[in-house]
Write a protein that binds this ligand. Structure first.
Ligand code: ZN
Length: 155
């Protein structure tokens, strides 16, 4: 299992590089990210969170796993929702963040095939959070409020 890097690590501040080669190495990286996301019990995981500065994230909002390579999103409408967010790179904290309620995400799959889907609710929030990661932005920079998680035990 790869170590999930924490806030303060410079890789989380970098604008990640696009994926141009869809080879076996990419498949191995995505398999690793998938494993790490489920082991850490996360809804999403971006490649910079395992110190790989590439434009990739994996996600499962409870409706199934998918990988998003070179993702870009646009809001659908201007409705926003303020809700609680956390991040595997910022353990022990949560905060309220305003995000678009509905977005269209364009991305490539593991074979490089172009795809797009419209997502709402938790998955829309996840897309915005994870694309922020690959642009070097953490949710704590956008949060309206930040709170310590009382259930969290320092490792
Ligand atoms: Zn995160």
């Amino acid at each position: 299992m790869a170590e999930i890097v924490k806030a303060g690590n410079p890789v989380l501040k970098m604008v990640a590089k696009p994926v141009t080669v869809f080879d076996k190495k990419l498949k191995l990286l995505i398999a690793e990210m998938k494993k790490d996301m489920y082991l850490a019990d996360g809804v999403g995981l971006a490649a910079p969170q395992i110190a790989v500065s590439k434009r990739i994230f994996v996600a499962d909002d409870g409706t199934g796993f998918d990988v998003y390579i070179n993702p870009e999103w646009k809001p659908v409408g201007d409705e926003t929702i303020i809700d609680v967010e956390g991040c595997l790179s910022v353990p022990g904290w949560f905060g309220e963040v305003e995000r678009y309620a509905h977005v269209i995400v364009k991305y490539q799959d593991i074979h490089g095939k172009k795809k797009q889907k419209k997502v709402s609710g938790l998955m829309a929030r996840c897309v915005q959070h994870e694309v922020d990661h690959i642009n070097g932005i953490l949710y704590i920079e956008r949060a309206i409020s930040l709170h310590k998680d009382p259930r969290y035990n320092e490792p």
